[in-house]
Design a protein around this ligand. Sequence first.
Ligand code: LLP
Length: 420
Amino acid sequence: MNPFLYRGKKLYCESVALDDITNKVGTPAYVYSKNGIADNFVKIDHAFEGIPHRICYAFKANSAPHILRLLAELGAGADVVSGGELQLALENGFSPKKIVFAGVGKTDPEIELAIEKDILAINVESRQELKIVAEIAARMNKVAPIAIRINPDIDIEGHPYLTTGKQANKFGIGLEEAIAGFQWAAQQKSLRIVGVHNHLGSMITKSLPYTKSAETLANLVLDLKRQGIHLEHIDLGGGIGVDYHRVLADDGDPFTVDPRVIAEQTLPVLKKTGCEILMEPGRAIVGPNGALLSTVLYRKVTKGKTFIIVDAAMNDLLRPSLYGAYHAILPVSKSGKGVEEIVDVVGPVCESGDFLAQNRELMPLDRGDLVAVMTAGAYGYTLASNYNTRPRPVEVWVDEEHFEVIRERETLFKDMSCRG
Ligand code: LLP
């Protein structure tokens, strides 16, 4: 279910009219549905109830502390990819034993922090990293819990930037080298092997890649077991996609691949291993539960094009510029006047790549109108920047008929260090 819906002419999130929010906090503003986020987490969690499992939320999708605390309370684990995210997890209610730490370029202080806090697993991404983790742990007189991230060379047939499990990608370790890595790690006093990991990529639309990866990882676990190396968990990574065209409550389920189908098709093989199963969804939990609200500043008609210039830009929501991603754009208040027209919705940033939509058929929009850029809950705020010295937007969440600012709009001098 999607939390956004029209009541009469007005667009709502849960039971709050979006213009009530912008009247109070202005634009650009990110708005999230607290209950939608909780629901999506619970849906994915329930899908795997047939096996011991942990849903480790991928912080990179949206790391607003209120959202993190909500998910921690619901029992989520954390998938983090930097020392910053690791500290956020520790500060927002995630027990270290539920935190996994991936990334091809972990620094020594990041590794030290993970070892010191004794997290669930450092997902090691190269043979050299494995050696360094062992050395750092030995120096600290500690034992580091490690999983090896496999690169299984499985194609999700998606956007090249969002594909991470192909041989050509920088992530993980090829299967044969990983076996040698596990054998080496098993000899090290400063390492404890806890699991195996892979993450194939993001915006996965079919269950087949998950089935293939479950088979690969399960076979590997069974093979290692025969060699006397026992793993406790298999981490299938994240990647469940959402349909960016299904944005309203009556449009149906937003997942592009049903987590229940993934579970149905992977559990038979996974169960043979006796391992706990980890999943790392990010987008599927928060994506459809967020929108970026923006005000139309100008309408500019040139020869052959109409530009709707709004106050949100690529620095606020990078996805259209970076991936050519589609985000639906809806009027916050339907005027019912005029006929739809083809426009580009662009921001104030000084780049021609700064657009939120191109050649989009939209209802007539003019100065002062409010629009909602939909499905912006994932990789929206987390990819935002201060480019063009633009403060990052305010973030608000809605809980039924209430709303609350969960992060203030940035200010030039307090947050952006603009005073020398
Ligand atoms: N686990 C690992 C190790 C990851 O690298 C990622 C995402 C996830 C889990 C979560 O994937 P998800 O369930 O959200 O698909 N900025 C891009 C997405 C990049 C994803 C990077 N890694 C976008 O806006 O589409």
